[in-house]
Design a protein around this ligand. Structure first.
Ligand code: F6P
Length: 380
């Protein structure tokens, strides 16, 4: 009997997701005679009171040309049906009931850490689920790269180079902030590829006296400085430079005192560190005007990009492999990934091990990463 598969795309959108969807549908339709339905808003759609309203039937014909499209046609959400609260409210059971009611036999999805964790919980409740990793943060284990990362790097590097050229013309310090949460992959690779003078990553907490001295030295030497800042860069509330800046700048005081909001999976909502560093640098370097330090937040511009060829190919390969596992081999509970040139797979548990930048300080420094002599760690 033909099997019916639900497709979901959870967490932050990114390039390459639609290529995955198109490929999984094509492979599943042609090779295994399966039918597909996209479920909008991921787990929020699956757990809705009226799940029919979230459905988007997909077949080989309707996915023609989808590979090049940006973001995800299925929309996304960070709804977590497995929080203590939501378990108490019966969301997992509701989701299983909906899946049964809709005649769904298995779930294929894309996601980062959080969505893969929910997929694991669904699988533990006996529902066959297979995932493909996506996130511009590149912070899931069991794969060299995730969907979206390569496109984000190439566009991000181009954008950072453009700000660098402008900073040179105006003899300025340019701070380019990028996402990445607690992993520095995005900042590191955009920084290196754009020829940044300095890069900060979450894995290396920043002691500000040393950081400002280094920026000052570069500014003195080149009459401009190009710095890529990871949104998760860690600075201490008690750093003497911050203590001083809190007194001199309302913005620094407000931003340092702001309690970050927390998402459904317990992640703090990051962003804005470059606004603090902008003011700190002005004070520490004794700059006359605030516009001598300019900030650019690349943030969401890297999420909604049309996929580069690398991500289209990866999405297509992930789509084929996930369909083969779920429909051909009738297995589940795994995430597909790429190791070197080969498509492989990892258990959900393996995928959920943290993947941050682990390289020697010597190598990181050679690549331009700022390494403090001491490290304190309280923000974010
Ligand atoms: O997708 C991951 C990510 O891009 C993080 O780098 C960032 O902190 C987060 O998403 C922000 O996402 P949103 O505001 O959509 O929840």
């Amino acid at each position: 009997m033909s099997r019916k598969i639900a497709l979901i795309t959870g967490g932050g959108d990114c390039p390459g997701i639609n290529a995955f969807l198109a490929s999984a549908v094509r492979r599943g339709n042609r090779e295994y005679g399966a039918s597909f339905v996209g479920v909008r808003n991921a787990f929020a759609g699956l757990a809705a009171d009226d799940p029919e309203k979230y459905l988007l039937p997909l077949d080989t014909e309707s996915v023609v040309g989808l590979e090049n499209r940006s973001s995800t046609i299925l929309e996304s959400s960070r709804f977590n049906p497995f929080t203590e609260d939501n378990i108490a409210k019966g969301y997992p059971e509701k989701m299983l009931k909906n899946l049964k009611h809709l005649g769904i036999d298995g779930v294929l999805g894309t996601g980062g850490n959080d969505t893969i964790l929910s997929a694991l919980r669904l699988e533990e409740r006996g529902f066959p689920t297979v995932m493909a990793p996506k996130s511009i943060d590149n912070d899931v284990s069991g794969t060299d790269v995730m969907l979206g990362f390569r496109t984000a790097i190439s566009f991000g590097a181009q954008a950072a180079r453009s700000t660098a050229d402008s900073a040179r013309a105006h003899r300025r310090i340019s701070l380019v902030e990028v996402m990445g949460r607690h992993a520095g992959w995005l900042a590191l690779e955009i920084g290196v590829a754009s020829g940044a003078d300095l890069i900060t990553i979450p894995e290396k907490p920043v002691e500000l006296a040393g950081f400002c001295a280094e920026v000052g030295r570069i500014y003195e030497e080149c009459r401009c400085a190009n710095i890529v800042i990871a949104e998760g860069t860690s600075i201490s509330y008690d750093d003497p430079v911050i203590v001083k800046a809190r007194k001199k700048s309302d913005v620094v005081r407000a931003l340092m005192e702001e309690t970050p909001e927390i998402d459904a999976f317990g992640n703090p909502k990051l962003g804005g560190i470059s606004q603090i560093l902008r003011r700190v640098l002005r004070i520490e370097l004794g700059l006359k005007k605030i516009e001598e330090v300019r900030t650019t937040d690349l943030g969401f511009t890297l999420r909604g990009l049309a996929p580069a060829a690398d991500d289209i190919i990866l999405g297509i390969r992930f789509g084929i492999k996930t369909a083969d596992i779920l429909l051909g081999e009738k297995r589940s509970g795994v995430m597909v990934g790429i190791n070197g040139l080969e498509i492989e797979e990892a258990s959900f548990e393996e995928a959920l091990k943290p993947k941050t930048v682990h390289r020697s300080d010597r190598e990181l420094q050679a690549l331009g990463v700022f390494i403090s002599s001491s490290s304190q760690n309280t923000r974010p």
